[in-house]
Design a protein around this ligand. Structure first.
Ligand SMILES: [Cu+2]
Length: 155
């Protein structure tokens, strides 16, 4: 829980930085609010895709709003720091599109190792990411700080 809160406060701090940037630009007050809002939306999109580790996202990554035929949906639910179903290995044919959806009873940061994807899941706001599994190997999917959700075995 503390980790989730910390991630939140980092985001707020970043947002304030953006606001300060916008304020430096010479605009009218009404425009400024618009720019701040646009900046925040861009920031949220960037955070959702790029994540805290600062890795660049692959162009094949998106949220789960569009359904790709033949994609593999992997789900996990976190309650009291425990994953349901219990941590297990999911076989993913290399090259297929994978959607990893996580629901949680508290704010967690989902991390897909190897592909360096990070995104948040929160109560009432499941986190989901869609990406092409174009790298073979065994990759942990964690809810930070330390809950192993599952492993993706891409081959
Ligand atoms: Cu991790």
């Amino acid at each position: 829980m503390t980790r989730g809160r910390r991630a939140d406060s980092v985001r707020v701090r970043v947002t304030r930085g953006r606001r300060a940037d916008s304020a430096r630009v010479r605009v009218t007050r009404g425009r400024r609010a618009e720019l701040v809002r646009a900046g925040m939306l861009a920031l949220i999109a960037a955070v959702a895709l790029v994540a805290g580790c600062g890795h660049t996202e692959s162009p094949a990554v998106s949220d789960c709003s569009s359904t790709v035929p033949g994609s593999v949906l992997v789900t996990s639910d976190v309650r009291n720091g425990q994953a349901t179903p219990a941590p297990h290995r999911v076989l993913i044919p290399e090259g297929s599109t994978v959607q990893v959806q996580v629901t949680s009873d508290q704010v967690v940061q989902v991390h897909i190792h190897g592909y360096d994807l990070e995104y948040d899941a929160a109560p009432d706001t499941p986190g989901c990411v869609s990406f092409v599994a174009d790298r073979a190997g065994l990759f942990d999917v964690e809810a930070h700080p330390d809950t192993l959700l599952l492993q993706l075995e891409v081959r």
